[in-house]
Design a protein around this ligand. Structure first.
Ligand SMILES: *[C@@H]1O[C@H](CO)[C@@H](O)[C@H](O)[C@H]1NC(C)=O
Ligand SMILES: *[C@@H]1O[C@H](CO)[C@@H](O)[C@H](O)[C@H]1NC(C)=O
Ligand SMILES: *[C@@H]1O[C@H](CO)[C@@H](O)[C@H](O)[C@H]1NC(C)=O
Ligand SMILES: *[C@@H]1O[C@H](CO)[C@@H](O)[C@H](O)[C@H]1NC(C)=O
Length: 463
């Protein structure tokens, strides 16, 4: 209550302001207002600069190459002309024989979509025919097909697609499309791309690569020594119906993030791999087949041909996680010239999964064949249907309360000797079921083996 009376006398002491003083006071206030406004503008500008600086730094962070290549500045498109091949991810073990000239390709364009086509010829007799794609613009698909004319070469057609004008190859300066040589007699085509230096330029570049194999000779299929792809980035594979007309001593297809689909192929050894995408197809192999992906299913129909003369097993390995594996596996024993025999042969079938089911069926298998099945997953069921010729032991493992069903199929003696099929359990307890299955006396009980293992899920085995 004391403040009020003290203030009042202070005010009362002031004499009323003269017009001069009033004018001074107004001008002082104006000047203060101006200062405030200028202060606000300065503050706003300061904030603006801080924000743009942060955004700029963020954009550098997202495009780390700028730090390492200070000469790659905005607007310096011309600098790409001076890039030597060291700017492209060309593996040191490859020698570049020739690279495509973008101005020389066959160009077709429609509505801002441009296709530039280049053709490479690789000797079909090469000990290795290969395709490779590396770098940030590795996107596309690989097709493996066969023509109906004879030729000394495999023809590799690369159609490079981009969005833009048909006479504007700026975006393609980021790409080297080359015929490359690995070792002597190892011929391939490589797609090597450098990182786009500006996010704004998104040309949707992608590559459609077609390998056209020549036809075989009059009476025998074409034999290819080794066809291998290693496509990094985002690449799918499609193989035409080739099983009857081409034999690959070795074929290796490696893509990523896109499916691999095989109408049919026949090989000595085949290795097919991708990730986060399915593998589907019809495969015939004499030595081994490996199918490997992750987070996507495997759906295969496999013919395994085992040469009776050799001691070696024919092998199948399938691997994924989080998705089902389903395979129909026909086991065949063959003699010289792949003549089908009715008995013997040795086969190994292995499936690895986790949080995905495994389902195997064996529509056919020779009498007296040795079959080793090894399937493992977790948190998903296993379901295996053996062929009636199977003889050998089995061992089943899952958590105690889960179903572990082993049943004997009703079937007549495959040898026609009127023998009886026996299913014998050696031990059955909470987590495991072990036993044997055989025809007639116990002769065949140790021939093959089945090992199935999961957790928290049922197993069904029909022998
Ligand atoms: C790739 O090229 C082949 C052969 O020219 C063609 O049949 C196929 O449709 C093309 N695929 C894509 C995705 O463009
Ligand atoms: C085929 O070539 C690939 C790639 O070079 C190689 O990994 C593979 O071992 C070769 N296959 C055979 C059977 O030589
Ligand atoms: C496997 O072969 C069968 C029979 O020819 C065909 O219907 C199926 O489409 C083939 N699978 C694939 C993935 O092409
Ligand atoms: C299978 O093997 C048994 C002995 O191991 C033999 O007696 C039988 O003849 C064989 N069958 C054929 C079809 O080879």
């Amino acid at each position: 209550m004391n403040a009020q009376p003290e203030k009042t006398p202070l005010l009362a002491l002031n004499s009323p302001p003269t017009p001069e003083e009033q004018e001074q006071e107004r001008s002082r206030r104006r000047s203060q207002r101006r200062k405030r406004v200028i202060g606000h503008i300065v503050a706003i500008l300061a904030i603006y600069f801080v924000i743009t600086r942060v955004l700029y730094d963020l954009s550098l962070f997202q495009q780390p190459h700028r730090r390492h290549h200070p000469h790659w500045n905005d607007g310096q498109w011309a600098s790409f002309n001076q890039l030597d091949t060291s700017e492209y991810p060309i593996p040191p073990d490859l020698t570049v024989a020739e690279c495509a000239d973008w101005n020389e390709g066959r160009v077709t364009s429609l509505d801002g979509h441009v296709n530039v086509q280049h053709v490479f010829r690789l000797p079909i007799s090469s000990s290795l025919l290969f395709l490779t794609a590396r770098g940030p613009l590795s996107v596309g698909n690989v097709n493996i097909v066969q023509s109906d004319s004879e030729d000394e070469s495999a023809i590799v057609t690369v159609v490079t697609h981009y969005d833009g004008d048909s006479d504007d190859f700026d975006s393609l300066r980021l790409v080297k499309l080359c015929r490359v040589v690995a070792d002597e007699d190892e011929n391939g085509v490589g797609i090597f791309s450098a990182r786009p230096h500006h996010r704004r330029h998104d040309y949707h570049i992608r590559f459609n690569v077609t390998v056209t194999l020549p036809k075989g000779s009059e009476h025998s299929p074409l034999v290819v020594s080794n066809l291998s792809t290693k496509m990094d980035g985002v690449f799918s594979h499609y193989v035409e119906d080739l099983a009857d007309s081409v034999f690959f001593n070795s074929i290796n297809l490696a893509g990523a993030l896109r499916p691999i689909q095989v109408r049919s192929l026949k090989a000595g050894t085949a290795s097919i791999g991708t990730a986060n995408s399915p593998i589907e197809g019809n495969f015939t192999v004499t030595k081994s087949l490996k199918l490997k992906t992750a987070n996507a299913h495997i759906d295969a129909s496999v013919k395994m041909l085992n040469k009776r003369s050799g001691d070696h097993k024919t092998n199948l390995v399938m691997e994924t996680v989080n998705s089902p594996i389903e395979a129909s596996v026909s086991l065949l024993s063959v003699g010289p010239e792949d003549i089908e025999l009715t008995s013997n042969g040795a086969f190994s079938i292995k499936a690895r999964n986790a949080r995905g089911s495994v389902k195997l069926a064996f529509p056919t298998a020779p009498v007296n064949s040795t079959v080793i099945v090894d399937a493992k997953t977790a948190l998903s069921p296993i379901n295996v249907n053996m062929h009636k010729t199977f003889e050998g032991s089995f061992a089943i493992r899952s958590t105690p309360l889960d179903k572990k069903d082993v049943t004997k199929q009703e079937a007549a003696d495959p040898e026609g000797k009127g023998r009886k099929r026996s299913l014998v359990f050696d031990s059955v307890n909470g987590g495991s079921v072990d036993g044997r299955v055989f025809w007639g006396d116990e002769q065949g009980k140790g021939r093959g083996s089945i090992k199935l293992e999961t957790a928290m899920s049922p197993i069904v085995l029909v022998v």
